[in-house]
Design a binder for this molecule. Sequence first.
Ligand SMILES: [Zn+2]
Length: 457
Amino acid sequence: MTMLRTLIWFAVAAVAMLGAVWLAERPGNVIVEWRGWRLDTSVGVLLVGVVFLILLGVALWLLYRWIVGAPGAFLEGWGESRRRRGYRELTQGLAAVAAGDGAEAQRHARKAEQLLSEPALTLLLSAQAAQLNGDRDGANRAFKAMLEDEQMAFLGLRGLIAQSLRDGNQAQALDYAERAFALKPQTPWVVHSLFDMQAQLRQWHAAQDTLDAGMRRKVVSADRGRTLRALLLVERSRAAEHDGHDADALGLAREAFGLAPERIAVTSRLAALQIKAGDRKRATKTLERGWTLAPHPDLAALYLEASGESDPLKRVSVMQRLAARKPDDMESHLALAQATLEAGLWGEARRHLEAAGGSNPPVRVCRMMAELEERAAADPAKVRDWLARAAEAPADKAWRCTACGAHHEAWHSVCESCGAFGTLHWRAPGTYGQILPPGSAPRPAIGMTAMNTVSGG
Ligand SMILES: [Zn+2]
């Protein structure tokens, strides 16, 4: 391009030079007379004059264009640079948030706010900066202001939910979660947190509605939905029994058992109500089915209760019937060890404890071994030995939350430490899957993971 332009300039200059030479070789005079003026000059000078006038005209035209067009172009450039600086502040602010530097983030947020006329974007940064600085009111103000903007309202609600939970204001959090659910009912964290909150507030029917909506939109898998529905029925059955409606309670428990017989809480609920209603035969059947799927000491205790036997030897044969449903399971051996120990069958008890404990017996087996040694042989050295081993032994199976790992003495539908629903399973430590979907939930007060955790137990 430049090359071509240079060539053209050379050509023009060459033509001009040739023209000048041509004119110089052919001198001539020009005389102009106009209203008493007389111009007497050579052709060369006249041509130079004409060229000069043309150049002057062009220069004046360019000057005019610059004067008229300049302010607009100038302002445009200024606005552009202002926006660019605004976005730079925004970017730096977000980087500061990511780095956890609240003060830096707030400084950039304030500058971005001045430079940009996009409140929605700067609000998000302001809210996050305020949160980092522990400025609760500032964060709340920013989140609430986001509700005004259609595109940012959902994000604002998410911030407000987390904030309300941190403040321990569950009713407020539920209100925001319901609004978020109305806006985007297909978003997993919204469904999960709304469901957990409703369960925590014991709104079983509302939780059921949320669960149904989540299953319709495939946010909750059919399998997970089935289990959660069964556990909601267990809670409703408890409430019905508490209100004195035993028949309703039994009906709800039966429905739950039809859905999730593999959940210990479901099996024990139905069996307990069947025993209470005097239907021991059905209770026995319920417990045998439940034991096959998920054996647990509570089920063994209910089975003995349903048998009505009080003679220790007969209780051993009762327990043998139940254990036969899952003969190799540790819980079967432990239940038989307990029954034989109570019946004074030391050899049998030892055999089952050894089978239950394997090469590295857990605490419960060590303690029962100590009890066995004490009662069978009264050998203090062996008792001490087993008690010492118990102190070092691997932890027993217990009710553990698959969402937060917390340990619980008894089963609850809602984890007391993280608030997740249906996450308590009968497990040894470390055997549960820690399935926390990254960034799927406002942290930290509540377990939004209820529907993402593994089932069973
Ligand atoms: Zn938990």
